[in-house]
Design a protein. Structure first.
Length: 176
């Protein structure tokens, strides 16, 4: 129970930092201009090297696609994963920091992204193997949210909840 309280406090702090660093240009965020989808993956779709590095009891694997539905390039300047606890969303990701363009370039496919981070009009960037973990088989609601800008500093926002996915047991759960 004490560990859970520490995790909640830790996630609350990251959530606060994450919100504080969101872009606030005063322009309207255009709904639907960015689209996020999560597609469940089977264990056979996950590289063995990744599975060997994970030290969590239960993991859900999925592909995340971010699509630019506009007629102009958009740069993802902020994104984060969230989990729901007692009706509130808390920021959480494996880098334990607010994720920005460099992180997006590290994790997402480059086919439709220019070297300086601009996602082409109509293009899709994919994180081919995204994941989140839990201590038990019971899932925790999880979502990813993104903010992008165009060359005129218009903001674009998208988020999507990860669908329910059968967990893969990676290691035996610990009794804490």
């Amino acid at each position: 129970m004490r560990l859970l309280k520490l995790v909640i406090i830790f996630m609350f702090l990251f959530n606060a930092i994450s919100y504080a660093q969101q872009v606030n240009t005063g322009k309207t965020i255009m709904s639907g201009s960015l689209q996020v989808t999560h597609t469940p993956l089977s264990l056979k779709d996950v590289p063995k090297e990744l599975i060997e590095k994970l030290n969590y009891p239960y993991v859900r694997f999925y592909r995340t696609d971010v699509k630019n539905n506009t007629d102009r390039p958009i740069k993802i300047i902020w994104f984060d994963g969230y989990f729901s606890y007692e009706g509130r969303w808390y920021a959480s990701n494996v880098r334990n920091k607010v994720l920005q363009t460099k992180d997006f370039l590290d994790w997402y496919s480059k086919d439709d992204i220019l070297s300086d981070g601009w996602l082409r009009p109509g293009g899709t960037a994919s994180c081919y193997v995204n994941w989140h973990w839990t201590e038990t088989e019971q899932d925790i609601n999880t979502k990813w949210a993104y903010i992008g800008i165009d060359s005129q500093s218009h903001d674009f926002f998208a988020e999507a909840v990860v669908p329910e996915i059968k967990p893969e047991r990676i290691k035996a759960p610990t009794n804490r």
